[in-house]
Structures are given as structure tokens and as C-alpha cells.
Unconditional design. Structure first.
Lengths: 617, 111
């Protein structure tokens, strides 16, 4: 059977599974809809959190990013896992003890203010919409690459599936489908990585294989470590050594700031935080944070190995190839434009870091534009440079040197010569990663509007039935909006994902931490701190991405601060402003202070309401 | 009014000095455990994986081809993060147990 048939079978079977799970776990009350009735075991919640967290970009793009970044790829590896330590130690157990349904709930109650609640709601909505747009696009991209259908048709399929299971069972069916989606995506990811690890080094565990010696057939007889060989090839072609720290614009301070911003951002993302409301107890919340990171680590420890393997395969199979000896994977992915070869006339491929590089990608170029460029290039080549234009110069100027990063995960099975059903498995895995994250985000959007805005602010007298209806309606509307973002992607989506992390790091994370660990921080300092953090972070990102502001150096950065890292500074500002203003304003009222006491108590000890009976000393 | 301590399903009476003292001890031990683990967290990632990475890269992880700084940034720190949370879970379970015992002792004397 060919890859396409296998893909239809795998994708069809996994979708049927998700719908079946949704039907079995449909719900009838808001507790079930928002927090899965608080009955999710820690292990299952950990798995669901892992699937929720690992998005289409973790699955498809991350290994590629690392592959092209080398050492600096550690920014994403450490940033997106280290956040869980903050989450487990500083937030998860306390939010679970607080109970309720959403993150804005905690902010609103702790600071006893609807203004604080609304600021938190707006942050949650913004972060979730930015994120979900990328997921829907990811669904479309996977469909179009593996099934050769229109991207829009793919987005529509994805929307329909998420719509059914998210409205039917809310958090409950989302949780259990996420558990299934975790298995689909991790199986796909590991199968490929293990197969390549064995092929290259003979060791089946990718993380260990990465540090092992190459098989004799690849190392030309003499024993050489994979990474050592990779470094050598890099140097020969003019790239920076793969394992060397701090190359180019990734200097020490930038790596530090971006990692910190991603960590704090991870801990402040609302769709991850709400998952800890779904477990039965504080103890289970702690364990599920551990399981979540454990399941995430399985993929995150494998990704850098896949990155190094693919880098090695890619460079060695391309360089020196001629039209006759070009690898098969190049032929099948050339059609997508993710990798392009423009020969200088000698008939041999050269992929290097210099001006003689011949490997490019299409980026955002349209098909017509690309055809024009390659026609002109043929003319240039055949006329010996008299007429036409050298495509290599054109593409170099547009910053399109080297293959697209997505090709690393998408094409590695072919690079390693794996069977066609394994390639189909990657398609099902990519869809699982995109859909699981999309559904978690849609639930946050629904709860922010239906619970925090509608029930807590607009209509506190709403009945259970009304609230559930509004919740379902909002999810429906949000799916449609997300789908539209997927079909008509606003040009800014890929850039604003950095914004989502920066914003979460500069707003929700600090306010939650101070709300739990200080009884003295009051309403006004907290709101001002949040606004400062958001304002500063938004200003820097918008100004540097859209208005060409030169990155700030603060006198310590050699190459200016990457906008992805600004959330770290925004977070510090939020802490500083809030803590500096705190002594000038009234402490929180008794009820808020008692609420803090109650979330700090270990499990089994009472809700805030009972503590109110106590006389103060 | 019935005292809360007479019925274990009700929350402990925060009026009670001994109960308050037990809670304070619990919170302080929690903060201490947290501080130690956060130091480990920052040490492996920001310390070994970033600030010292270029220096550590001159050494290799024994028996492998991993330069040490590179290994911390792409493998070691992630493993350490999982261990940090594992230690936290076990430590807090232990603290919970001790706290329950203290509370029982405090309220038991009252009876």
C-alpha cells in the first residue's frame, strides 16, 4: 500500500477513536464541562497535560529548529520543560486547593476585584486565540502535505472534529481524547527516532545514540562520535560547530533571557494551569505535574537527538549529489518547496553557509513567483551569466537559504529509508498534537467568556442550564473563529506566538505567584504591576517586529535583546512595580487573606468560608 | 457550638494556638524544600546549561561524545527537572503526613 492509503487509514482510525471517546464522556453539568468533574486521576491528567502542551509546533517544527540552531536549540528544550518545575512548586497545588474553574477566577477572588478579573480574562483570551490560530493552520498543513488535499479542506475537517468533541463533553471528553492523542503522537515520534538511531549508531535509545559512535558504514571505517563528526562537517562547510555555545545573535544574555521568558510563560499559560483543576486533590495535582513533565520529557529528550540525526543525514546526503544521485526524500519534498536546489552550473549540490550555497526554501513565495525565479535562473545558468538572474543571490537576499525547518520531522522517515506506514504515522501524530492543543485552548476561551465574564460579572443569577448552554455556544463560536484564522492566516501569527509567552510571563505568572506567596500584596499594586508588565512587553514586541525599532542592548547585550526574551524583563518589572507599591496601599481584606491561608493549608483542611469563624489573634 | 476538632470531617479550628503553630511549621518546611529545589532547577539550567556552558563544553560526559555544556542544555537539565518535581512530590507527601500527625496530637490533647 502507498503512503497515502496508509495515511487515510491512520488518520481515519484516530479520528474515529476521538469521536468515540467524546461520546462516552459527554457531560451534563458545568463541573463536568469546565473541570471534568474533578475526577481525573493524576497519571491520566499528566498525560492529557502533556498532549495539551505539545502543540503542532513542538511536534513538527521544534526538532527542525534545534537542527538548524545547534546548541541554542536548548533555549526551547529548557524553556518549555523548566516551566513545569515552576508550575509544580509555585502554582499547581495552590490553584487546585483554591478550586473553582479558571485562572481569572483566582485572580479576581484573591485581589477581590472585577478589574483584576477582566485584565486576567483578556490576557487568557489573547494568549489562547494567538495559540489556537497556529494549531488550526498546523492541521491544514499536515492534511495538505500528507493527503494532498487543499489546506482549507484540512482546516475544515479539523474544526468539525474539535467542534463535536469539545461541545459534547467539554473538559471531560477533551481530557480523555488528549490521553489517546498523547499515545498517537508519542508512538509516531519515537518510532521514527528509534529507527534512525539504530541505523546511525546501532543504539535504540535516541538520547544515548546521540552521544554514541557512528556505525562503521557512516564513519568511513574509523570510530567517531556522531556529534564530533557533525561538528567536523559543519566546520568544513563554514557553519558554526553544532555543539558550540553562543553563536551569532544567540549570545549568553539572550539565551538566558529567552529561556527565562519561556519558562515563566509556560508556567503562566492558562490552558496548562486549568488542567490542574481537574484532579481530585492537592496531592494529585502535585503528582500530575510530575507525570506531565515526565511524559513531555520523553518527547523533549528525543527531539534534540532527531535534530542531530537529521542534520547529519541532510548534509551528507545532499552535498556532492548530482541529478542522478539526489536522494529520494529530496525528490518528494522538492514539490512542496520546503527544499530547493539551484545549481551554479557544476551539476553538484553544495549546501554550505557561504555564498556558494545552493540549497534554499520557498518561504512565503507564491508558486508563480518561484516559477519566475527558477526560469530566470535556468536562463542565467545556460547563458553563462549573461542573461537572467542568479536565483541564489535573489533567495539569499530574501533570507531563504537552507531547507525549511519543518522538513526535519516530515522528511526524516524517508531520509532513513523507513516504510511508508511509518510516514503515515507521522501524519496522524502531527494531527493529534495540533488537535489536542487546540481543544485545550478552546476550553480556556469558553470558560473565560462563559464563566468569568458571563456568570461571574454579567449574570451571577444564571442557572446551571444557562451557564452550560453559554459555555457550549462560546466553544462553537471560538472553533469557527479559530478555523477562520487557520484558513486566512493573519501574517502575524507565527511572530505573535512569542508574544503569547511574553505576555503570560509578564502578566499571569507574577500575579499568581505573588497572590499565593504574599498576604500583603493588595488589589491596586497587583493591577498596576500586571498592566506595567503587559504594556512594556507589548510595546517592545510590537515596536521591534512591526516598526523596525532596533533591539535594546541595555548596555550588556552585544547584539540587542531578542523580542522572544522580553517577557523575562516584563516579568521582573511586574514584580518590582507590584512589590514597590505594596507598602503604599492598603493590605487585602480579611476574606482575601483567609483565602491565602486556606490555599496554603495541606489537603483535607477547610475552605475559606469555615476559617471566617475563627477570631483573629 | 460543636468544636471542629470533635469532628475530623470539619476543618481544624484556626482559633487553636497549636493548630496555627502546626500550620506555620508546615508552611515553613514547604518554603525550605521549595528553595532547595529551585536552586537545583536554576543550577542545572541557567547555571550549567547557560552561564557555564561554554566553559563546560571543554569536558565530555564520560564515555559519550556529548560536550558537557551542550549535554546540560539539551538533555541533562530536562532529566534534572523531572527529578526536581519527583523529589518535591515525595517531600510534600512526607510533610503532609507529619502535619496530619501533629494536628491529631494537638486536637487529641484537647479531648
Amino acid at each position: 500500500m502507498d503512503t497515502r492509503t496508509w495515511t487515510i487509514i491512520f488518520v481515519g482510525a484516530s479520528f474515529a477513536l476521538y469521536l468515540g471517546i467524546a461520546w462516552l464522556s459527554r457531560v451534563r453539568d458545568t463541573r463536568g464541562f469546565y473541570v471534568a468533574g474533578r475526577g481525573v486521576p493524576a497519571l491520566a491528567n499528566g498525560m492529557a497535560t502533556a498532549a495539551d502542551w505539545m502543540s503542532a509546533s513542538s511536534f513538527i517544527s521544534m526538532a527542525g529548529l534545534i537542527s538548524f540552531m545547534g546548541f541554542a536549540g536548548g533555549v526551547y528544550l529548557m524553556g518549555w520543560t523548566g516551566g513545569y518545575v515552576l508550575l509544580a512548586l509555585l502554582l499547581a497545588p495552590y490553584l487546585r486547593k483554591f478550586g473553582h474553574f479558571t485562572v481569572p477566577d483566582f485572580v479576581g477572588d484573591r485581589f477581590d476585584s472585577n478589574v483584576a478579573r477582566i485584565v486576567a480574562v483578556l490576557c487568557a483570551l489573547f494568549i489562547s486565540f494567538v495559540y489556537v490560530a497556529g494549531q488550526m493552520r498546523g492541521v491544514g498543513v499536515v492534511f495538505s502535505r500528507f493527503l494532498e488535499v487543499d489546506i482549507n479542506a484540512g482546516v475544515f475537517f479539523g474544526m468539525a472534529i474539535v467542534f463535536v468533541y469539545a461541545t459534547l463533553g467539554g473538559m471531560k471528553s477533551i481530557t480523555w481524547t488528549q490521553v489517546a492523542q498523547y499515545w498517537v503522537l508519542i508512538t509516531a515520534y519515537l518510532t521514527v527516532a528509534i529507527a534512525i538511531a539504530i541505523k546511525l549508531t546501532g543504539n535504540p535509545i535516541p538520547s544515548i545514540a546521540m552521544g554514541s559512535s557512528l556505525q562503521a558504514e557512516y564513519s568511513g571505517g574509523q570510530a567517531a562520535f556522531l556529534l564530533e563528526r557533525l561538528n567536523q562537517i559543519h566546520v568544513d562547510l563554514g557553519f558554526d560547530r553544532y555543539t558550540d555555545a553562543f553563536n551569532g545573535s544567540w549570545d549568553k544574555v539572550n539565551v538566558f533571557c529567552v529561556t527565562l521568558a519561556l519558562m515563566a510563560g509556560t508556567a503562566g499559560l492558562p490552558h496548562v494551569l486549568v488542567r490542574f483543576y481537574t484532579v481530585p486533590s492537592v496531592r494529585a495535582a502535585r503528582w500530575s505535574a510530575m507525570w506531565a513533565l515526565f511524559f513531555i520529557a520523553i518527547l523533549y529528550l528525543t527531539a534534540p537527538a532527531t535534530a542531530a540525526f537529521a542534520r547529519y543525514f541532510m548534509i551528507t546526503s545532499l552535498n556532492g549529489a548530482t541529478v542522478e544521485t539526489l536522494p529520494d526524500w529530496y525528490r518528494s519534498w522538492e514539490r512542496t518547496g520546503l527544499v530547493l536546489w539551484f545549481d551554479d552550473g557544476d551539476g553538484r549540490v553544495r549546501y554550505s553557509a557561504g555564498r556558494d550555497n545552493e540549497i534554499f526554501r520557498n518561504g512565503a513565495l507564491g508558486a508563480a513567483e518561484l516559477l519566475e525565479i527558477s526560469r530566470s535562473h535556468e536562463l542565467w545558468k545556460n547563458s553563462g551569466g549573461d542573461r537572467g538572474e542568479d536565483a541564489r543571490t535573489v533567495l539569499l537576499e530574501r533570507g531563504l537559504s537552507g531547507p525549511d525547518q519543518d522538513i526535519i520531522v516530515l522528511a526524516t522517515p524517508e531520509m532513513a529509508g523507513l516504510a511508508s506506514w511509518i510516514i503515515a504515522l507521522i501524519a496522524a501524530g502531527g494531527l493529534a498534537a495540533a488537535l489536542s492543543t487546540a481543544s485545550g485552548l478552546l476550553l480556556v476561551i469558553s470558560s473565560a467568556v462563559a464563566h468569568d465574564l458571563y456568570y461571574r460579572i454579567l449574570n451571577p443569577a444564571a442557572t446551571e442550564k444557562q451557564r452550560l448552554l453559554v459555555g457550549r455556544a462560546v466553544i462553537g463560536v471560538a472553533v469557527v473563529i479559530a478555523g477562520l484564522f487557520g484558513i486566512y492566516p493573519p501574517g502575524f501569527v507565527s511572530q505573535v506566538v512569542a508574544f503569547a509567552f511574553g505576555l503570560a510571563a509578564a502578566s499571569l505568572f507574577p500575579v499568581l505567584v505573588m497572590g499565593i506567596f504574599s498576604k500583603r500584596v493588595g488589589t491596586i499594586p497587583a493591577i498596576l504591576g500586571m498592566l506595567t508588565g503587559i504594556g512594556f512587553t507589548a510595546f517592545y514586541i510590537i515596536a521591534s517586529l512591526y516598526f523596525g525599532m532596533a533591539p535594546w542592548t541595555f548596555g550588556i547585550f552585544s547584539s540587542g535583546l531578542n523580542p522572544q526574551g522580553i517577557g523575562a524583563i516584563g516579568m521582573l518589572l511586574n514584580f518590582v512595580v507590584t512589590l514597590a507599591l505594596t507598602p503604599l496601599f492598603a493590605p487585602p481584606n480579611r476574606a482575601s487573606q483567609e483565602m491565602v491561608d486556606s490555599v496554603r493549608e495541606p489537603e483535607g483542611f477547610g475552605p475559606a468560608a469555615m476559617i471566617e469563624q475563627a477570631v483573629d489573634h | 457550638m460543636m468544636r471542629n476538632s470533635d469532628n475530623p470531617s470539619l476543618p481544624p479550628d484556626l482559633h487553636d494556638q497549636r493548630v496555627r503553630a502546626a500550620l506555620r511549621r508546615y508552611w515553613r518546611s514547604n518554603l525550605r524544600l521549595m528553595a532547595v529545589l529551585l536552586l537545583c532547577w536554576a543550577g542545572v539550567s541557567f547555571g550549567c546549561g547557560i552561564l557555564l556552558a561554554d566553559w563546560l563544553n571543554q569536558f565530555y560526559l564520560p564515555f559519550t561524545g556529548f560536550p558537557l555544556g551542550f549535554w546540560f542544555a539539551q538533555q541533562g537539565s530536562i532529566v534534572a527537572f523531572v527529578l526536581c518535581i519527583l523529589v518535591y512530590c515525595l517531600g510534600m507527601n512526607h510533610l503532609d503526613k507529619r502535619h496530619h500527625a501533629e494536628l491529631k496530637a494537638a486536637t487529641g490533647i484537647r479531648k
